[in-house]
Design a binder for this molecule. Structure first.
Ligand SMILES: Cc1cc2nc3c(=O)[nH]c(=O)nc-3n(C[C@H](O)[C@H](O)[C@H](O)COP(=O)(O)OP(=O)(O)OC[C@H]3O[C@@H](n4cnc5c(N)ncnc54)[C@H](O)[C@@H]3O)c2cc1C
Length: 458
């Protein structure tokens, strides 16, 4: 049985970086991957979707050319084969680069196949047993298939199968009005599809503040995406070549008829076929591996990183998990998950940059909260770019002067939010930013202005 110092299961956003660090420290490392090197982000998540979002943005700006004085000859067309080829090339470069780096690294052996625990120190991959004193689980997650009436009667797509599409769906129905559904929805609308998003909740991205949800709804509806909220019971069927989605499960209720169906209702961790019971590793009721603040499972010598531990659902949280584990193991630096400031972005156009608390979380915190806001119609850079949808909001604690959170919805806000994120991470009081000289004209230059005009949150 081959003996290693460490086994890493999965090549997502934590595993490979950890493998390189452990190998550089002189450890003999086995890495297992059952599918594509790079995992979700590289192959079916962040990288391809943001490449597609960029194509959709180009199409939109071409259509808007006349507003900017740009003359285009005739109607703007989108060649989906070329859109896909561009996306595939970007993904391939990232995946192949990582695969080559793993293949060529000293001290790292890449095993292709599905890995399962057979004991707390042993993993089986394709009939071969590997042993190590340290095992790191980085198995990520996959699209959830909801238990909806008729789901087994209709063809459906998910974020993975969407990556093979090189034609324009005449009418794409998307079930799920959160991050993934909204990104695909706006992008396909801009490619030229009819798009209907069906959401069970009373509003889109319901974890955000109600006015943020409403502004995002305005943004995608402005592009022509149709939104159907409060879909209390969704049932699916085929009618000829069409897919029919009923949103009330009531006879004769209005229905949405489309050509393709995308399910974007959430993700589930890839922990159901991992032999966790053979190792005695504890999961919660949703299948996420239970870990402590340093990402150790209940079994000494086994860690869980990335989406499968339920402590984050983003590439940056998975990568931060790698940094925490590496710091504790190799650098005698006691980093922990609870030290990180929650942050993420939604890549609609314009994007939402989020950090810390929402307004409703701040209100419920019982702290004395001050709030500052500014519509993007009053941001010079947004006006100059002709992209004035959205608004920016910052929340602070009146007494401690701590920044509590921000929702920045507008052009460039996926970048601008980092000004606030860094300040929050440094636990710096907000007047520090107020005194900073920001560059004109940028979206960020208005952040000190917003902080100079704070009002009590009612
Ligand atoms: C459509 C979409 C868009 C997204 N966009 C963004 C974004 O813009 N920004 C962002 O931060 N996040 C985004 N995400 C989320 C991001 O992709 C994930 O949070 C991130 O990939 C999680 O990384 P991970 O390391 O936990 O696992 P993954 O990237 O999922 O990798 C896990 C790997 O483990 C392998 N594996 C699983 N089980 C086994 C096994 N038993 N044996 C061997 N190998 C196994 C899998 O094949 C996979 O390669 C997006 C997700 C989706 C679906």
């Amino acid at each position: 049985m081959p003996d290693f110092d460490a086994i890493i299961i999965g090549t997502g956003q934590a595993g490979p970086s950890l493998a390189f660090r452990l190998a550089a420290a002189g450890m003999k490392v086995a890495v297992a991957e059952r599918n594509l090197v790079g995992g979700t982000c590289v192959n079916t998540g962040c990288t391809p979707t943001k490449a597609l979002v960029a194509s959709a943005y180009a199409a939109q700006m071409a259509r808007r050319g006349a507003e900017y004085g740009v003359v285009t000859a005739g109607e703007v067309g989108v060649d989906m084969r070329r859109v896909k080829a561009r996306k595939d090339a970007i993904v391939a470069q990232s995946r192949d680069g990582l695969a080559a780096a793993l293949d060529n690294a000293a001290n790292i052996s890449l095993f292709r196949g599905h890995a399962r625990f057979v004991s707390p120190r042993e993993v089986e991959i394709g009939g071969e047993r590997l042993r190590a004193e340290r095992i790191f689980v980085n198995v990520g997650g996959r699209a959830l298939v909801p238990d909806m009436p008729g789901i087994d009667q209709v063809p459906y797509l998910n974020n993975s199968s969407m990556m093979a599409i090189d034609v324009l769906p005449p009418h794409l129905i998307i079930v799920g009005g959160s991050y993934i559904g909204l990104e695909f929805g706006q992008m396909y609308r801009r490619f030229g599809s009819e798009v209907t998003i069906i959401e069970m909740a009373p509003r889109l991205v319901h974890r955000e503040d109600a006015d943020v949800s409403a502004a995002i709804r305005d943004i995608v509806e402005h592009d022509g995406v149709r939104i159907r909220l409060n879909a209390e019971c969704i049932s699916l069927a085929t009618r000829g070549k069409d897919i029919v989605a009923k949103v009330d499960c009531i006879e004769d209720a209005p229905e949405v008829v489309g050509s393709h169906l995308l399910l974007a209702v959430g993700r589930r961790p890839n922990t159901d076929d991992l032999g966790l019971d053979q190792a005695g590793i504890r999961c919660d009721e949703r299948g996420y591996i239970v870990v402590d603040d340093q990402l150790q499972t209940n079994v000494p010598g086994i860690w869980a990183l990335g989406d499968c531990n339920g402590k984050g659902a983003f590439t940056h949280t998975a990568y931060n998990d790698f940094e925490i584990v590496a710091a504790n193991l190799l650098d005698h630096d006691r980093r922990q998950v609870s030290d990180r400031t929650p942050a993420y972005a939604l890549y609609t156009d314009p994007p939402l940059g989020r950090v810390g608390m929402t307004m409703s979380e701040a209100r419920n915190s019982g702290r004395p909260v001050l709030v500052g806001e500014r519509p993007m119609t009053r941001v010079a850079r947004a006006i100059e770019k002709g992209e004035t949808q959205g608004f920016m909001r910052i929340l602070v604690d009146r007494d401690t002067k701590e920044i509590l959170g921000a929702s920045l919805l507008g052009t460039g806000c996926d970048e601008a939010v980092h000004s606030i994120l860094d300040l929050m991470n440094a636990k710096a009081p907000y007047p520090i930013m107020q005194r900073a000289m920001h560059i004109h004209p940028t979206v960020c230059e208005l952040l000190p202005t917003i902080l100079g005009d704070l009002k009590p949150l009612d």
